[in-house]
Each structure stands twice: as structure tokens, then as C-alpha cells.
Write a protein that binds this ligand. Sequence first.
Ligand code: FAD
Length: 220
Amino acid sequence: MKIVEPWVKVEDFDGKKIMQKIERACRTCYRSEDKITDESYKNLLKNCISRGHESVLEHEKITVRIYNDIGSYKDLTRHRFASFSVESTRYCSYDKDKYGNEISFINPVYIEDKETYEIWKNTMQQIENGYIAMKKLGASTDMCRNILPHSVAAEYTMTANIREWKHIFTLRANNHVHPAIRQVMIPLLKYFKEQMPEIFEEIPYDEEFNPKYYAKLSVE
Ligand SMILES: Cc1cc2nc3c(=O)[nH]c(=O)nc-3n(C[C@H](O)[C@H](O)[C@H](O)COP(=O)(O)OP(=O)(O)OC[C@H]3O[C@@H](n4cnc5c(N)ncnc54)[C@H](O)[C@@H]3O)c2cc1C
């Protein structure tokens, strides 16, 4: 068995360009395209957001790739206006060479008590032993997946428009949310805040959450 860390990869986007494209769409409402300058998107977007005129944010989308536990996508896929492609536990057979003949589990770093962590680790080992033993007896991947727990690592691609990202961050970066999701959503939100402050700067997040737990974020 392999214990791995979560990560998030964001498609390379230009926040200013995205906001300018939204501005262009929004100005159709007022036929004020002639007012566009290099910086005019800033006030326009702030005004739209403060008045709840947010449908304009739907004109642009961003895709990210996330490597995290199954539990995290179980929660995130509830967001109906986001699109997902998720690693399939029906088709990916973890006894194969491609997966190193083992199951990868996301490290639950937030289980800080050593004894509790050891119980988690031993349980994951037993699950892997069972998975491999079932495979050796000829069980299908469909059958084996029934014993997989929330901790199993999976990659998923997630696309949402800017309005939906704003909504998702509002719900998924605070301290009511499972730590595995905060690990990914907080660094992602912080990146969006840097790239598009006019849209994301007001969204709060759990500032008490230890940054050493943040998933590694890279831009691709
Ligand atoms: C802290 C937390 C705990 C949760 N606990 C549970 C739980 O115990 N059990 C559980 O089942 N779920 C739970 N959820 C999931 C939650 O109920 C939502 O299903 C999920 O967060 C998706 O949110 P949403 O519907 O706002 O978002 P989206 O699907 O992203 O929709 C965006 C927005 O569109 C509008 N919208 C979408 N569909 C409709 C519709 N049919 N009718 C009217 N308006 C619509 C709403 O304004 C909605 O906020 C939890 C979520 C959080 C954040």
C-alpha cells in the first residue's frame, strides 16, 4: 500500500483576461462597450457582484485537476453546475502493474493522534490485503471496489464557470467542511483571490486551518 499526499493542478489562465471577457459580455446589457478601458472591468465587476447581477460570471469557466480521497469527490460532485470526470473504481484495477500492484491512500494528516493514525493505517492495509486476495480468487473489479473506503486516492477533473466556483468556495473552504476538502479548496481559493481579486477577494476561508496541511498547488 502507498500513502500519498493530495495535490491540485490548475489550468494556466489569465485572470485579467477572464474578467475582461466577462466585462465585455456584461456591457451588452447597457450597450456601454465604448466605456471599456484596460482597467474598467474592476469597478464593473465589483458593482455587478454587490448588486447580485452574477449571471454575467457564467460566461467563463476554469478547469482543475485534483488528486484527493474518494470522500472529497463524493462531496464536491454534489455541485450540480460543475462538471466532473472521476477516476473509476469500476475500471481501475489496483492489482495491475500500472498502479504498482497496490492501493494508494490519501494521508489523513489531520489525524494527529499517533495511536488513532496507526488504527487507520492498519485498517487500510487489511483492506488492501482483502482487495488483492479477492482479485487472486478471480473477483471482478466491480466486486472488489465494494471494500474500498473513503481514503482511497483518486484523480478527478473538475470544471465550473466562475459563478459556480464562487459558490463552491463560499461553501467549501470554511471550518464546517471536511479537512480533506479544505486541504484542496483553501489553496485553490487563495490562488483565485490572487488572480481575480475583484471576484474572489470577499470570500472567507478557514484561516485557522494549518497551512502545512494545504495540498500542493501547481499551474499547468
Ligand atoms: C457543510 C456542508 C454539509 C453538508 N451536509 C450534507 C449532508 O449531511 N447530507 C447531504 O445530503 N448533503 C449535504 N451537503 C450538501 C449540500 O446540501 C448541497 O447538496 C451541496 O453543497 C451542493 O450545494 P448547492 O445545492 O448549493 O450547489 P449547486 O448544486 O452547486 O447549485 C448552485 C445553486 O443553484 C441553485 N440551485 C441548484 N439546483 C437547484 C434546484 N433544484 N432548485 C433551486 N435552486 C437550485 C441553488 O441556489 C444552489 O445554491 C452538505 C454541504 C455542506 C457545505
